[in-house]
Structure formats: C-alpha cells, structure tokens
Design a protein around this ligand. Sequence first.
Ligand code: ASP
Ligand code: MG
Length: 400
Amino acid sequence: MNIVVMKFGGSSVADEDKICAVAERVVATRREGKDVVVVVSAMGKTTDQLLALARRIHPDPPRRELDMLISVGERISMALLSMAVQKRGLDAVSLTGSQSGIITNDRHSDARIIEVRPVRIQDELARGRIVIVAGFQGMSYRREITTLGRGGSDTTAVALAAALDGVCEIYGDVDGVYSADPKLVSAVRHIPDLGYAEMQEMAEHGAKVLNAAAVEFAKQSGIAIFVRRTDGTGSETIVRKFPPKAPGRVVGIAHEKSVRVISSADPGAITDGELLQFLEEQSLPGKQLSMHRFGSGPGAALVVSREFLEDPAALQGKLRERFGERVAVRGDLGAVSLIGAGITQGFTILRRSIELLREAGCESCGLHTSSFRITFLVPEARVEEAVRRLHSAFIESDPT
Ligand code: ASP
Ligand code: MG
C-alpha cells in the first residue's frame, strides 16, 4: 500500500470554505492513487474557547472532564471534512482517536501514546475509503478519553504514519520551519532540512510549527516529516534522520515569551524529593532542572513552561504552606534558545552570545546547555530584543 497521512492544523480548517479547500486537496491526493489518512485539528481557536468555557465553570477543571470536553473540537472537524469529501463523490469515514486504535497512558490533558492498533483504519482503507481521524486524542487502557497536550494533532499524525508505514505530511499556515518567529524577526531564513534532535529542541523551547512529542515519535520510528503550507505553495521543511549537516552552526533561535522558574537556595528542597513529589501531585512537568552544592552559594532551579502554570502566585501560595519561604516561584522571565548540532562543542558561541546579550541590556539570570542548545533566561520584557540580536549575529551574518 502507498499510504499518506496528511495532517491539517486548526487554521487550515477554520471555516467552511477552508474545510472545502482541504477536501479538494484530499480528493486530489486520493485520485493520484494513494491511500489517504487525514488527521484534523479543531477548527480555528475552538480548543482555546472550550478551555476558557471550562475555566468559567471551574477555575481548575477536573482533567478527565476537560479531556471529554476538548476532544470534541477535533470531532467537529473530522465529521465536517468527511461530509465535504463525500459531497465530492468519494467515500470517506471519520474516526475518533479511540476508534483509530490510539492507546495512551492515563495522564489526562497531556497523555502519551503507548501503542497504535490501526486495524479499523486498515480495514476502511482496504474498502477504498478515505479515513479522517480526529487528532489530539486517544483512549487510555482504562478506556477513558485522553488528549495529547497542546498541538497534539501532530503527534497523532506521526504515530499513525509510523504504525501504517506511511508518509507523514503536516499542513499549516507556513511552508516549513524558519530560523526564528517571523513575527519578531523580518530577516528569518527558511530551513529546508532538520535533524530530529534539532527540531525537537526547537519545538520544546518555543517553536510552534511542530509538536515536540511528535518529533520524538518520528525519531523513534525513523520516519520523515514533511512540513508544508496548506495550499501547497512555497517550499517545505523535511525533518529526518540524516539531514545534510553543517555542525557547529546555529540553525534557529527559539523562544518562550514567558516561563516559570521554581527556585531555592536550598538544594535539599529538591534532592530530598518532597518538592518533586509535590510538583508531581500538581501534575506540573518541569523541563529543565539544575542543582548545585559547590562554590559560594548552593541552589536549585526548575523551569516550567507557562502553559502548565498559568498562575505562579497560586503555586507560590501552596508552596509556602508546605515549604515556608524555602522555595520561590518567578513568573517574570522568558527563555531564548540558540539551536544547532554541535554549537556547544567549544565555548565560542556561548561566549559571544553572553557578550551580545550583555551589550543589548538583556543580561540573563539563568543559562542551560545541551549538545544542541544554549538557553538563556532573560526578563520577559527583553525576550524579543534578545531573539533579534542573537538572530542577527548568528544567522543573518552567516553567509551560508
Ligand atoms: N486542537 C488542539 C490544540 O489547539 C490540538 C492541535 O491543534 O494540534 O492544541
Ligand atoms: Mg500545531
């Protein structure tokens, strides 16, 4: 079989006309003789609206019920798209995540796909149908409806492509991945090829084109992801195992406008496990933990993405009850990351970027590195300036 999984994001299915345009594309692909599986996101801002609605009813909605609610967004899109395809004379069927055999763990609102059993999809394809799957959702072993975290339709698409041994195409507003957010930097560069690790670092540290868990899935299964614009114009980015390499170069600057930092001058607050257990109870996933006990003053810090912690003051209150003044939460910082394989092999890029940020008045109060990334924590108000400075120094001035 020649299976293609085409994923269309929320803006691609935002209204009736757009849904019809997607249907045309899907029909055309089917007529080329391919077996087509389509994964759809919720229409436009539907997920945000459903989340806001839930929060008006309950300030901290029970996660199980939240999943029941927000999984509906994608179901609306799948049914409408299936109707639009059938109207054009081809046979189609829409399926929810659970009908598609997407089995997850039971972490509501941020579930991980454990297994895909795409038997139903394969049967429908064998009948000659176009299969339209609701992205962003699955079913836990306890038969509960789960969702995969914001942007999770990408993960559905990659997981299905891997399970069906197909090609994975992600369609959206932009014709691929760019070296920075085009809203902040006018001289952005298109990136034609990216390795999994670089793409994953970009996604985990703020780039919104692709979901980080989706890239992790692609890495595990070795499949390539093609990122394209919905109408097929412009270029594309291919995320794959062996992209042409130029190690030691910064390929992109990712940023998170706002992060939360939970810190303590007492590393014991972290190492004795009590704080970590507390964060687990609050379902707070940390992304970058550091601790040290040497030199003049010991310390520990944990960075949390804003999407998981909207209200730092509320957490500070709960922490004070349990830990007194030992642990503090800051909500006034953002993160700026330089991404590129091998950029931390020497200290040149690190030194230059520290100097540059200092000159620009964006001095950082936190720094993390990995083999593919250098991240600076800077005051929220300086994030955009920091992105522009670093982009201009490391990407715009690079002739290649
Ligand atoms: N509709 C979900 C969201 O807005 C999933 C997705 O779009 O991928 O996060
Ligand atoms: Mg997305």
